[in-house]
Design a protein around this ligand. Structure first.
Ligand code: ADP
Ligand code: MG
Length: 422
C-alpha cells in the first residue's frame, strides 16, 4: 500500500466547499448524554482551523455510536434483547436516534473554535443541502450523524454521491474510521478529489514509515490479551521486524506450546500450534524472537490478588500470569535500547491493576529513554501509555485502535487507499 498521500497543503482549498470527515465518535455519559472526553474534537482542530483560515467553507461530518438507521431492524434487535414488541414505537426509535445526535459535538466544537458551528438536522436531506449551499468561506457546518443514513455502513454510492454533491473537495481526517469502507470514509472519494488532513498525515508518516521504511533495527513489542486477535499483526511484523518481543496474556499460549505450565493464565489451546510455527518461522528468517523468562502471577484475576514471581512455564496450579517478571523486563529493555524504530502493540500485563502494571510501565519508560522512533498502536496500548504518564515522550500514539491494528497487519485501508497519491 502507498502511504504517501496528498494532504490539504497539496491542493487549493481557498474559496472551496470542503467535505471534511472527522472522528467525532466521542464517549458520552449514558444517562445525560454529556460528552465525557473532548479529546477527539480537540484533535480535529488543526485541520479545521487550517481550512477555515485558508478561506474554505467546511462541511464537517462524522458518525457517532451505533444508531440503528432502519426502524424494522431496530425493532428486531430490541425484540431479541427481550423488549415487548408492542412497546416499540416509532417515537421510541426516534428517541434512541436523538441520543446519538451530533448537536452536543457542534456546541463543544463551537466553544473550542470560538465561532458558531452551524448544525444540520440531517445528513443529505433538505436542511443539510440548504445550509451547505448557503455556507460561506470561513464558515463551518456540521452534518448530522452519518449513520442515521442506512447507506452509510453499506457504502451506498447514492449516499456517497449525495454527500459529495454538496462539496468540491473531500478531506479525510478520521483515522479511527479508515479501516471501514463506508460512504463517508471512502465512497465519497469516487466523486470528489480526496486528500488527507493533518491527523491522518501524521498517522501515515509514523505508522506507514515504521512499516514501509523503518529506521533499523525495527523492534516490535507485541502483547495484549490474546494471540488470536493479533495473528495478522504477528504474521506481518515477522516479515519486517528485526526483533519481536512477546508479552501480555498471549505469551502464555506461546509458553504452553513449548510445554510450559501456565496454571490459570489466559490460554488459547487452538492457537498453540500457530505459536510454535511462529517461533520456527522467526528462526528461519533470522528474526530475534523473545519470550518472557519470568512472570508475575496472581492467585486470582483481581487488583488485590496475592502475587509471586515465578519462572516462565512454571506457574503453579491455581495461579495465573498477570505481568512479565523483572528478569524479562531487563531482557526486553536491553532489546529496545539499541532500536532504530519500536512499534508497540499490546500491554505487557494487566496494567489496569496497579500491582500488575510494572512490566508495561518499565517498557514505557525504556521507550521514553531510547533515541528510537517510538510508535504506539492499539486502543489499550495507547490508554496504558497515557495512564502511566509517558504519552508525551513517544514519537507517535495512534488515535485509531482498530485502524492501527489493521495498519500493522499490513492490510489495505479503504479510507487511505481512496486518497490521492502524492
Ligand atoms: P490493544 O487494544 O492495544 O490492541 P489488546 O486489546 O490486545 O491491546 O489487549 C489489552 C488487554 O490485555 C488489557 O485490557 C490487559 O489487561 C489485557 N492483558 C494483558 N496481559 C494480560 C494477562 N497476562 N492476562 C489477562 N489479560 C491481560
Ligand atoms: Mg484492545
Amino acid at each position: 500500500m502507498n502511504y504517501s498521500k496528498k494532504t490539504v497543503k497539496d491542493v487549493e482549498v481557498s474559496g472551496k466547499k470542503v467535505l471534511l470527515r472527522c472522528d467525532f465518535n466521542v464517549p458520552q455519559d449514558k444517562e445525560t448524554g454529556a460528552i465525557t472526553s473532548d479529546k477527539r474534537i480537540v484533535a480535529a482542530l488543526p485541520t479545521i482551523q487550517y481550512l477555515l483560515e485558508q478561506g474554505a467553507a467546511v462541511i464537517a461530518c462524522s458518525h457517532l455510536g451505533k444508531p440503528e438507521a432502519s426502524f424494522d431492524k431496530w425493532v428486531k434487535k430490541q425484540t431479541e434483547k427481550g423488549k415487548d414488541p408492542a412497546s416499540l414505537t416509532q417515537e421510541k426509535w426516534q428517541k434512541s436516534l436523538a441520543k446519538l445526535s451530533l448537536a452536543p459535538v457542534a456546541k463543544r466544537l463551537g466553544e473550542l473554535l470560538g465561532k458558531e458551528v452551524i448544525m444540520a438536522a440531517d445528513v443529505v436531506g433538505e436542511d443539510a443541502k440548504a445550509k451547505a449551499a448557503a455556507l460561506k468561506p470561513g464558515e463551518i457546518l456540521l452534518l448530522e450523524n452519518t449513520r442515521f443514513e442506512k447507506g452509510e455502513t453499506k457504502n451506498d454510492p447514492e449516499l456517497a454521491k449525495a454527500m459529495a454533491s454538496m462539496a468540491e473537495l473531500y478531506v479525510s481526517d478520521a483515522f479511527g474510521a479508515v479501516h471501514r469502507a463506508h460512504a463517508s470514509t471512502a465512497g465519497v472519494a469516487d466523486y470528489l478529489p480526496a486528500v488527507s488532513g493533518f491527523l491522518i498525515q501524521k498517522e501515515l508518516d509514523f505508522l506507514g514509515g515504521a512499516i514501509a521504511n523503518p529506521k533499523r533495527p525495527l523492534v516490535a513489542i507485541l502483547g495484549g490479551a490474546k494471540v488470536s486477535s493479533k495473528i495478522g499483526v504477528i504474521n506481518n511484523l515477522l516479515e519486517i521486524a528485526d526483533t519481536i518481543i512477546i508479552g501480555g496474556g498471549m505469551s502464555y499460549t506461546f509458553s504452553a506450546a513449548q510445554g510450559g505450565k501456565v496454571g490459570n493464565s489466559l490460554l488459547e489451546t487452538d492457537w498453540m500450534d500457530y505459536s510454535k510455527d511462529m517461533i520456527a518461522k522467526a528462526k528461519d528468517k533470522g528474526v530475534t524472537f523473545l519470550l518472557p523468562v519470568d512472570t508475575v502471577c496472581g492467585d486470582k484475576f483481581s487488583p488485590d490478588a496475592k502475587s509471586q514471581i515465578v519462572k516462565a512455564g512454571e506457574i503453579p496450579d491455581g495461579w495465573e500470569g498477570l505481568d512479565i517478571g523483572p528478569e524479562t523486563v531487563k531482557l526486553y529493555c536491553d532489546a529496545v535500547s539499541g532500536a532504530g524504530t519500536v512499534i508497540w502493540n499490546g500491554p505487557m500485563g494487566v496494567f489496569e491493576f496497579p500491582a500488575f502494571a510494572k512490566g508495561t510501565e518499565a517498557m514505557a519508560e525504556a521507550l521514553s529513554k531510547t533515541s528510537a522512533i517510538t510508535v504506539i498502536g492499539g486502543g489499550d496500548s495507547a490508554a496504558a501509555v497515557e495512564q502511566l504518564g509517558y504519552a508525551d515522550q513517544m514519537s507517535h500514539i495512534s488515535t485509531g485502535g482498530g485502524a492501527s491494528l489493521e495498519f500493522l497487519e499490513g492490510k489495505e485501508l479503504p479510507g487511505v487507499a481512496c486518497l490521492l497519491d502524492k
